[in-house]
Design a protein around this ligand. Structure first.
Ligand SMILES: [Zn+2]
Length: 251
């Protein structure tokens, strides 16, 4: 059988290796009964795989972070540093007011998931734990008509927070809001937002407006009512991670 030998291969790797490179497959198969020939193939292929020394010098240089990037990271870390909360565990009770139709076990489970979610207020450095009595705040699921019994500034249409009572309107928990429905947000995200917003009041936050149209809304914006051009967002923004109640501030 014939083959065409690669002259450059022959010059670089020797006659036998060059033969292996340029020999058609059926020629290699014809050697398979010859053990010595197989050994020769393995030996010569291992020689071929070694890079010539000129190529090894072309390896990329080791990549180090430039100084400007290191100082940028340092500045970021500094900006995001928080003081320690006055307590690492925040407790709360769960109860109902009036006649509610939501599943209370689901309300309890989903509220706890939201509170301890890594995207939420747990970023303050606290854990939230449900207790039977004597909680730091009381999470209440309320019949809409009973909302005003907590305070005259609460409304039967919305959720509310009064003192240590964080009150979720049963109707909103089940049906979200008109604005949320038009946006097509999920009921789970609405519930995340409702809990995060009302707990945000207990943590010491007031309301915010949409600052930049098209950006994510602050969780403390009244997103149930009007987005003001912002995007729905169920989680506190980085700028909202502070709490006067828990003594957490940027340092
Ligand atoms: Zn509010």
């Amino acid at each position: 059988m014939s083959y065409v030998m690669c002259m450059m291969c022959r010059a670089m790797y020797g006659f036998t290796a060059a033969t292996m490179i340029t020999t058609p497959v059926y020629n290699i198969e014809s050697f398979s009964n010859n053990i010595n020939a197989q050994k020769s193939v393995q030996y010569n292929i291992s020689k071929v795989q070694k890079l010539p020394s000129t190529l090894s010098r072309l390896a990329p240089p080791p990549s180090n972070q430039p100084e400007w990037y290191k100082s940028h990271l340092q500045r970021e870390r500094h900006l995001n540093r928080l003081s320690k909360p006055i307590k690492s565990e925040v407790t709360y009770t769960i109860s109902t007011k009036g006649k509610t139709s939501s599943d209370l076990a689901e309300f309890s489970r989903q509220s706890n998931e939201t509170l301890n979610d890594a995207r939420g207020w747990a970023r303050l450095g606290v854990k939230f734990k449900q207790v039977d009595s004597g909680g730091d705040f009381d999470l209440v699921l309320s019949q809409p008509e009973h909302m005003t019994s907590f305070s005259s500034y609460c409304s039967s249409d919305w959720s509310c927070r009064v003192g240590k009572s964080v009150i979720i309107n049963d109707k909103r928990w089940q049906k979200t809001s008109k604005a949320w429905g038009e946006y097509g947000g999920s009921i789970r995200d609405y519930r995340h937002m409702a809990i995060n917003h009302e707990i945000g009041h207990w943590l010491g936050h007031g309301h915010q407006n949409c600052n930049v149209s098209g950006e994510s809304a602050a969780v403390m914006q009244q997103q149930s009512i009007d987005l003001q051009g912002c995007k729905f967002n169920p989680w506190p923004l980085e700028s909202e991670i502070w709490s006067t109640t828990l003594g957490v501030r940027k340092i």
